[in-house]
Write a protein that binds this ligand. Structure first.
Ligand code: NAD
Length: 485
C-alpha cells in the first residue's frame, strides 16, 4: 500500500517518525499519556540520532529539486495541503485535544489556523520579490532571496498544530526542506500533517518529522551539521542550549521562548471588558500559552472592581476532559500540575482570591487539572510575579501612575506581549511604545490566530520573528548580484 492510500490521521498504536515520505519506527518507544485521564494513548517511537541523520539527508536530497520549483508550483501544493488539513480538521482536532488536553473547540481552532498558515504562505510566495538597486548606470544590481537549505524545527507542546505550521509553511514556501522534532508529549498531529503533505503532492523528503525526546532527537537535530537554519519554540533554558549548539556551527536561529506578559488597566478603561478578556486569555489552553497575559497591573482606583469581576468570570468556568469541550481542560501533564501548584504555594504576600488548588473533575482523579486561580497583591519581585507559571494563574498588582505601570510591565526578564486598557488615545500610543514587547494590544488581547502579524520577543522571550510576511525573510538570506553592463 502506498502512502497515498493511507489515512494520514490514523496513526495506529505506535506513532512513528515520518522520513522521506514513509513512517519509520525506532528500536525504543515511550508512552503517550492522556493528561485528561492519566491513561496511555499509545506508544511513540523514540527517534535516534541516526533517524535525524536520515531525515536531514532526505531533506537535503529533496531540496535540490524543491528549490528549483516555481513559486506558483509551491503555492499550489501548499494551498492543496491547506485544503486537506481543513478536510481532516475534525480528526486532527481530536488527536490534538487528546495529546494536549486542550478543549475541543480550541483544538478545532488550532486545526483551522494550521490550514490558514499553509494557505497564507502559499499565497504570499507568489508575490515575494527581491530588489533592483539603482547603484550606477553601468551596473545592474539586484537581490535574490535564497532559501537557507534544510531547516530544523524544534517545537513546544502547547499549540502543536499552530507551531508546526507557522515554522514549516514559510520555510517550504521559500524553497527550504524541513525536519521537525515535535514536543515529546504531542507528536501525533505533526506526523499526520506530514502524511497529508505527501497526499497533497509535496515530494517525499520535503517535510520530515522525527518523534522522540528532547535530550535525544531534539539535541541531535540542534547539533546537526546539515541544518542550515533552526527554529526553536520552547523554554528559555532549552532555547539557550539549542542556540549554543547552533552557534558552534554558525547556523542562524529563531528563538520563540517564554513570556510574562502584562495587561495595564488604567482608571479610564472599560473595566468589564478588560476583566472578561484577561480572564479568557489566561484560561485559554489552561494558561499554557507563551503570550498568556499572566500579570494584571491595575490602577488603584479600579483595582477592587477589576479583581471582583475577574473572580466572577472564574466562578463560571467548567473544568473537564478536553474531548468533552469544557472551558478549561487539564494541564499537559502531572509534572506541569505540580509545577503550577508549587508556584501558587509560594504566593507569599499575595492573597488567593479565587482557586489555588488542583481540581478533580468527577471520575478523573488521575488527570492534571488545576482550578482557575487569581492572586491579588503579589510582590513584584517574587517568583510568582517574575517567572513563567504556565497555568491558569493570574496575578494582580496595583499602580498609581503611568510611569509606575510601565516600570512594572517592563520589570521582568521577559518581553513578549502587552496590552493597554484605556480610553485615552494619547496614553494608548504612548504606553504601547514604552512597553517592551514584540506585540502590544490596545483594548483587546490577541487577534485570532495572528497568522498575518509578525510575532516574537525581546530579551529572554527570544529573538527573530515568525508569522506574517516577515517570516519569509527569516527563512531566506539575501544574495546581491552585480552585473557590469
Ligand atoms: P521545552 O523547552 O521543555 O521543550 C521544547 C522543545 O525542545 C521540545 O520539543 C523538547 O523535546 C525539546 N528539547 C528539550 N530538551 C532539549 C535539548 N536538550 N535539546 C534540544 N531540544 C530539546 O519547552 P516546553 O515545556 O515544551 O514548552 C513550554 C515553553 O515554550 C514555555 O516557556 C512557553 O512560553 C514556550 N513557548 C513559546 C512560544 C513563543 O512563540 N514564544 C510559543 C509556545 C511556547
Amino acid at each position: 500500500m502506498s502512502q497515498l492510500d493511507v489515512d494520514a490521521t490514523d496513526l495506529g498504536q505506535v506513532t512513528e517518525s515520518f522520513i522521506d515520505g514513509v513512517p519509520v519506527g525506532a528500536p525504543e518507544v515511550y508512552e503517550n499519556i492522556d493528561p485528561s485521564t492519566g491513561r496511555s494513548l499509545g506508544e511513540v517511537s523514540r527517534g535516534t540520532s541516526e533517524q535525524i541523520d536520515r531525515a536531514v539527508a532526505s531533506a537535503r536530497a529533496a531540496q535540490r529539486a524543491w528549490r528549483t520549483t516555481t513559486p506558483e508550483q509551491r503555492a499550489d501544493l501548499l494551498c492543496r495541503l491547506a485544503d486537506l488539513i481543513e478536510s481532516r480538521s475534525e480528526d486532527l482536532a481530536r488527536l490534538e485535544s487528546e495529546d494536549s488536553g486542550k478543549p475541543l473547540t480550541q483544538a478545532r481552532n488550532d486545526a483551522r489556523v494550521c490550514a490558514r498558515y499553509f494557505r497564507f504562505y502559499g499565497r504570499a510566495i507568489d508575490s515575494y520579490y527581491g530588489l533592483s538597486l539603482p547603484l550606477r548606470p553601468d551596473l545592474h544590481v539586484y537581490t535574490r532571496r535564497e532559501p537557507h537549505g534544510v531547516t530544523g524545527h524544534i517545537l513546544a507542546w502547547n499549540y502543536p498544530l499552530q507551531l508546526l505550521a507557522r515554522g514549516v509553511a514559510p520555510a517550504l514556501a521559500t524553497g527550504n526542506c524541513a525536519v521537525v522534532k515535535p514536543a515529546d508529549e504531542t507528536p501525533r498531529t505533526a506526523v499526520a500533517v506530514a502524511g497529508l503533505a505527501v497526499q497533497a503532492g509535496l515530494p517525499q523528503g520535503v517535510f520530515n518529522v522525527v518523534t522522540g525526546l528532547g535530550a535525544e532527537a531534539g539535541a541531535a537535530l540542534a547539533a546537526h551539521p546539515g541544518i542550515d537554519h533552526l527554529g526553536f519554540v520552547g523554554s528559555t533554558r532549552v532555547g539557550a542550549l539549542v542556540a549554543t549548539a547552533a552557534a558552534e556551527r554558525v547556523s542562524p536561529v529563531t528563538l520563540e521562548l517564554g513570556g510574562k506578559s502584562a495587561h495595564l488597566v488604567f482608571a479610564d478603561a472599560d473595566v468589564e471588558k478588560a476583566a472578561r478578556v484577561a480572564a479568557g486569555a489566561i484560561l485559554q489552553n489552561a494558561g499554557q500559552t507563551c503570550s498568556a497575559g499572566s500579570r494584571v497591573l491595575v490602577h488603584e482606583s479600579v483595582h477592587a472592581e477589576l479583581v471582583e469581576r475577574i473572580a466572577g468570570h472564574f466562578a463560571e468556568v467548567t473544568i473537564g476532559r478536553g474531548l468533552d469541550d469544557p472551558d478549561l481542560g487539564p494541564l499537559v501533564s502531572r509534572k506541569q500540575q505540580d509545577r503550577v501548584h508549587g508556584y501558587v504555594r509560594s504566593a507569599g504576600t499575595g492573597e488567593i482570591v479565587f482557586g489555588g488548588s488542583v481540581a478533580e473533575p468527577e471520575g478523573m482523579a488521575d488527570g492534571a487539572y488545576f482550578t482557575p486561580t487569581l492572586i491579588d497583591g503579589v510582590d513584584p519581585a517574587s517568583a510568582i510575579a517574575q517567572e513563567e507559571i504556565f497555568g491558569p494563574v493570574l496575578t494582580t498588582m496595583r499602580f498609581a501612575t503611568e510611569e509606575e505601570a510601565v516600570a512594572l510591565a517592563n520589570g521582568t526578564e521577559y518581553a513578549l506581549l502587552g496590552a493597554v486598557w484605556t480610553r485615552d488615545l494619547s496614553r494608548a500610543h504612548r504606553v504601547a511604545a514604552e512597553v517592551e514587547a514584540g506585540q502590544v494590544y490596545v483594548n483587546t488581547y490577541g487577534a485570532g490566530g495572528g497568522v498575518e502579524l509578525p510575532f516574537g520577543g525581546f530579551r529572554k522571550s527570544g529573538y527573530g520573528r515568525e508569522k506574517g510576511v516577515e517570516a519569509l525573510d527569516s527563512c531566506t538570506a539575501t544574495k546581491t548580484i552585480v552585473v557590469q553592463l
